[in-house]
Design a protein around this ligand. Structure first.
Ligand code: DQA
Length: 137
């Protein structure tokens, strides 16, 4: 299976960004762990990170993947454009959040994409990305 991993805004700063909330693993380290985990299950992994909503939507429009793992960062809470892009996909979509968005500020409890995703993994730290691969089977 070709898995695409998309990370949204500010996730490029993982490792130094509020490590008490998001941990000390950099995005590059997480992707390396994911790639190894995926390979062990016979999957290929491509990754994409952007701070720009339109660029992420352009990437999704390439349709060169069989499953999507996405941490949309703050887009989760307000982006109907991303929601529409996800709704247009027919492949499995696993939503990942490193932190427990339900237990933080009220605005993080708003989620405009959840009902167009297949599953969500929330508050499990960076290993949640590995769980997302497992969720794909
Ligand atoms: C996040 C949670 C979002 O609320 C936040 O805007 C992020 C990261 C997470 O992984 O916990 O950027 O998606």
């Amino acid at each position: 299976m070709r898995i695409l991993v998309v990370n949204g805004p500010n996730l490029s700063m993982l490792g130094t960004r509020q490590p008490e909330i998001y941990g000390s693993m950099s995005l590059a380290e997480i992707i390396a762990e994911m790639r190894e985990h995926a390979a062990g299950r016979g999957h290929e992994l491509a990754d994409f990170q952007s701070n720009h909503e339109g660029s992420a939507i352009d990437r999704l429009e390439q349709r060169d993947f069989d499953a999507l793992i996405i941490n949309p960062g703050a887009w989760t809470h307000y982006s109907y454009a991303l929601r529409d892009a996800l709704a247009a996909l027919s492949c499995p979509i696993i939503e990942v959040h490193i932190s427990d968005v339900e237990a933080r500020e009220d605005f993080r409890k708003i989620n405009v994409i959840r009902d167009v995703t297949s599953a969500h993994i929330v508050g499990r730290g960076w290993p949640g990305y590995l769980e997302a691969i497992d969720a794909l089977g």
